[in-house]
Design a protein around this ligand. Sequence first.
Ligand SMILES: Nc1ccn([C@@H]2O[C@H](COP(=O)(O)OP(=O)(O)OP(=O)(O)O)[C@@H](O)[C@H]2O)c(=O)n1
Ligand SMILES: C[C@](O)(CO)[C@H](O)COP(=O)(O)O
Length: 226
Amino acid sequence: MTTVALIPAAGSGTRLGAGMPKAFVDLGGRTILERSVDGVFAAGVDEVVVAVPAELLDATRSMLPRVHVVIGGSVRSDSVRACLAEVGPSASDVVLIHDAARALTPPEVFTRVIDAVSQGSDVVVPAVPVTDTLKRVVTQQSGAVETVVATVDRTPLRAVQTPQGFRPEALRRAHAAAGDATDDAGLAEAAGYAVHVVPGDLMAFKITTAWDLRIARMLLESTGVR
Ligand SMILES: Nc1ccn([C@@H]2O[C@H](COP(=O)(O)OP(=O)(O)OP(=O)(O)O)[C@@H](O)[C@H]2O)c(=O)n1
Ligand SMILES: C[C@](O)(CO)[C@H](O)COP(=O)(O)O
């Protein structure tokens, strides 16, 4: 069973606000992207393709000699498509798509996703239960005041992470259909595929804000990982 991982790392990191593309921000002495790529190889993936901002193409090729590096697009799904174009649709048995921003994802999460695709699922996502109470709100026209209109039953809700796993044909079809979604499984869902869920892990959280980066740095320090 061969596995290829596509890593979108071309985002600007607006919500982090670090003044540079997020994947290149330092996380305990190495970039967020290097840590993500290490995690992917540690999980036994055979081949890796990374999408980065055009101005960082050469620097990334020097930094990561084992991986293919391509120029990303203006939205995440364009970056994934750029990676996909580099490897071709049937270069492996399983294709993983993994956010560079989920730099501390444990190898067990990769294993669960790869195993589920190997055992016959077309599309697999790791996910964790939602723990806060969820409310639907409306914003009053007059200003920023929000009013609750309903409390949502959280029992069937899941927060979805990456790596997301695909049979190559399912991923190709999902991206060929002209749709829009915040994750690749959403595109597959729209193309009619069943999306199976395996347990995620809180350590697979996405470094999105300055708070997340602070937590990630603290976690690295406390585990002594280099
Ligand atoms: N045009 C884009 C946008 C996002 N990504 C990648 O997709 C992953 C998830 O995106 P997110 O965490 O939302 O990153 P940003 O788009 O950089 O964040 P922001 O919305 O705060 O700018 C990240 O690894 C990011 O680098 C990408 O490759 N290309
Ligand atoms: C792919 C993803 O990380 C799954 O949770 C998420 O959908 C990315 O969304 P964002 O809007 O780019 O943060």
